[in-house]
Write a protein that binds this ligand. Sequence first.
Ligand SMILES: [Zn+2]
Ligand SMILES: [Zn+2]
Length: 123
Amino acid sequence: MNYSRQREIILETLRQNAVHPTAEELYSILEKEYGATSLATLYRNLNLLAANGIIKKIDGLEQSSHFDHNVHEHYHFICNKCKKVYDVSADVAPELLKKAEMELGADIESCDIIFHGTCKNCK
Ligand SMILES: [Zn+2]
Ligand SMILES: [Zn+2]
């Protein structure tokens, strides 16, 4: 499978699975729907897409990186039970970055905020 075709499929699959799958989870979806590809190729394509700002790589949740089709400013909530990752709108804390910049006197380029708890479905 060539890069542009695989990239299209990755983006489409990420959009349909908005719970921020890991590379391993994406791999099993892709394998089921489109047949074999290699995990190494998938990793390479995901990292390339993330490096180009087309998707977002979220580190520090668990051992694996999760991938996100939403590159706009937002935060994350991870469920302790089902381990799904949900988006939290940046509107919950308006001006957060601006306030942090003022306190630090720094230029902030990005932030990763992760809430932990039990999701609606698992409660
Ligand atoms: Zn849950
Ligand atoms: Zn997200």
